[in-house]
Design a protein around this ligand. Structure first.
Ligand code: PLP
Length: 390
């Protein structure tokens, strides 16, 4: 059976060029980057080259502003805890949004337990944060604002430059989680005017288990991991050299292919959205109609469970994801969709398709061929649908 992968927001396949670049660092160039002999120096040089590439890719002024981490989650934890701890004397208030990834939200919950105060800003029906809400939430105790660049579920791109303008005016550090945007839309720390930025290699065809935190020079931040002197004493632990080299290569490739690829993906995305809305009654698009990631399609197909559609799609060879999360064995509606004001039953009927490099127009056509029948079959068992249809 043909398999169509439409879950690139979850993870991506490592590009062959990235694998090739990484391979020597598992074997003949396996050295510890902190050692002085040539094995170690070779590894160290490769790592610094990767730092140069990633720094250039995000427009960082200095490569040293990039600290490699074990992924996006660690980068978010590092940014939030590191800034909160280092600036406690100044204040104990953090502002974030209610649609952040759990890597940010649960770190905020943890910081609340440690005595910090957190404001979780609402979003509008498209999942956009209003910069004026950020302004209003600032107090003289606010030390950090953390708003994601693009949402992982609905793909909405947030007005980061406007928010950072406000943060700058008030002299408050600003962090953005760019895990979903890096490699897919332009990310430039100076244009966005951010002080800290998280990213993760496996979302842009790099390996899993490696990410980075951009830390603008001069930012007061405590290390998150304590131990050796690696990463300019900001992140202890022997570096994942192969992973870092892979991350660098993935950024290098994205830098040349992103512009064209994002146009191609946006056209596939729009075809898929239009097709679903036209072919399936009681379906709706979730997220911003235009300010959204090029590969993101999030729809609710009312009167059908997202999970049921996923299983049926899987049986047809299609991998997608739904807007429900399994927490302590109960299916919870997505916190993102509910924050956007979408009722729980409609949130439970959502599907996310995230398109990527390997997808072609035939994949979209195939989804549009099988999904309406899947929905039709499932709705036969939905008394609510039968009632609505009259
Ligand atoms: N932030 C966002 C927006 C994400 O989408 C993800 C992963 O899905 C993360 C953070 C966590 O990244 P990682 O899987 O590298 O820990």
């Amino acid at each position: 059976m043909k398999r169509i992968y439409l879950d690139h927001a979850a993870t991506t396949a490592v590009r062959p060029e990235v694998v090739q670049a990484m391979l020597p660092y598992f074997s003949e160039r396996f050295g510890n980057a902190s050692t002085l002999y040539s094995y170690g120096q070779e590894a160290g040089q490769a790592m610094e080259e990767a730092r140069n590439i990633t720094a250039r890719f995000i427009g960082a002024g200095k490569p040293q502003e990039v600290a490699f981490t074990s992924g996006g989650t660690e980068a978010d934890n590092f940014a939030l805890c590191g800034v909160a701890w280092a600036n406690q004397k100044k204040g104990n208030h953090i502002i974030t949004s209610s649609i952040e990834h759990h890597a940010v939200l649960n770190t905020c919950k943890f910081l609340e337990k440690m005595g910090f105060k957190v404001t979780y800003l609402p979003v509008d029906e498209y999942g956009s944060v209003d910069p004026q809400d950020v302004k209003k939430a600032i107090t003289d105790k606010t030390v950090l604002i953390s708003i994601m660049h693009a949402n992982n579920e609905v793909g909405t791109i947030e007005p980061i430059a406007e928010i950072s303008e406000i943060a700058k005016e008030k002299g408050i550090y600003f962090h953005t989680d760019a895990v979903q945007s890096l490699g897919h839309i332009p990310v430039n720390v100076d244009e966005l005017q951010v002080d800290l930025l998280s990213a993760s290699a496996h979302k842009l065809y790099g390996p899993k288990g490696v990410g980075m935190l951009y830390i603008r020079k001069g930012i007061r931040i405590e290390p998150f991991l304590h131990g050796g002197d690696q990463e300019n004493r900001r992140r202890a632990s022997t570096e994942n050299v192969a992973g870092i080299v892979g991350f660098g290569k993935a950024c290098e490739l994205a830098a040349t292919s992103m512009e064209e690829e994002s146009v191609r993906l946006a056209s596939l995305r729009d075809k898929l959205i239009k097709g679903i809305i036209e072919k399936i009654d009681f379906s709706q698009l979730n997220g911003h109609p235009t300010r959204r990631l090029p590969g993101n399609v999030n729809v609710s197909v009312k009167y059908v469970e997202g999970e049921s559609m996923l299983l049926k799609l899987d049986s047809k060879g299609i991998c997608a994801s739904s807007g429900s999360a399994c927490t302590s064995s109960i299916l919870e509606p997505s916190h993102v969709l509910t924050a956007m004001g979408i009722p729980p039953d409609v949130a439970h009927s959502s599907l996310r398709f995230s398109l990527g490099r390997e997808n072609i127009e035939e994949d979209v056509d195939y989804v549009l061929e099988v999904l309406p029948d899947i929905v039709k079959g499932l709705r036969l068992m939905s008394p609510l649908y039968q009632e609505k249809r009259g």
